[in-house]
Design a protein around this ligand. Structure first.
Ligand SMILES: Nc1ncnc2c1ncn2[C@@H]1O[C@H](COP(=O)(O)OP(=O)(O)O)[C@@H](O)[C@H]1O
Ligand SMILES: [Mg+2]
Length: 205
């Protein structure tokens, strides 16, 4: 009989292999390719946000070859839309907490070296106050499955949303086109994405 523990280990090893391969792909993009991806995806996201009248948008700061969303932030501020950014949750380990992000936000780097706003209680934006959360990802597939960096942070943070607790909240993944693979391994806790936006495509699942 197959040992269930060895199946779990095999699945983890497959995920790790995908992560390694896909992270290398995005790290290999040139500065010029990154700049173009950043401009194109920002334009596409702005169209999506405008079409859906989203006012309060959580985004992320690029790390490890992810797409730089600074052009989007500037465009959103020009349109008087509110932005938020995730921080590692100070109380619930493994979760994210969203804080308002504005031109005067005091920033620091978290333990992964990712910039985040310094915690201020009056800046907390619960999921119920957000219209859209943009998630980074390492890989996505033809069914909208998402592979992250391996911490499960977005899976935990979005599990209530995936169960229908925030019907007014939209979630969209942002990725380079080269993050695509036909089929990714996925587990019960993985939260799939209904929308993924790349420099060349706006995908719905
Ligand atoms: N909702 C959740 N509740 C408890 N643990 C979770 C939850 N979501 C993910 N995890 C745990 O986080 C770990 C990493 O998740 P994984 O999906 O592999 O990472 P990522 O989504 O970053 O690729 C897994 O071991 C998983 O058990
Ligand atoms: Mg996951």
């Amino acid at each position: 009989m197959p040992d269930p523990a060895s199946n779990v280990n095999a699945e983890q090893a497959t995920r790790q292999a995908f992560r390694q391969q896909l992270r290398l792909r995005r790290q290999a993009l040139s500065q010029q390719e990154q700049k173009r991806a950043s401009e194109q995806v920002s334009e596409r996201l702005l169209d999506y946000i405008t079409a859906n009248s989203h006012q309060r948008i959580a985004l992320f700061f690029a790390n490890d070859g992810e797409i730089n969303l600074v052009p989007l932030v500037n465009a959103l501020w020009q349109q008087q839309r509110q932005t938020a950014a995730p921080i590692l949750h100070p109380v619930c380990a493994g979760h994210l907490l969203f804080l308002a992000y504005h031109a005067n936000s005091l920033m620091h780097e978290n333990r992964f070296g990712i910039p985040e706003p310094v915690l201020r209680c009056d800046e907390v934006m619960p999921l119920s106050q957000l219209d859209l959360i943009l998630t980074p990802l390492v890989g996505f597939d033809a069914a909208g499955n998402r592979l992250g960096m391996g911490g499960g942070f977005y899976d935990r943070t979005l599990s209530g949303w995936a169960q229908g607790r925030y019907p007014n909240l939209s979630v969209a993944g942002v990725a380079h086109d080269c993050q695509f693979v036909d089929t990714l391994p996925h587990a019960a806790w993985d939260v799939p994405l209904p929308t993924i936006i790349t420099p060349s495509k706006t995908l719905s699942f």
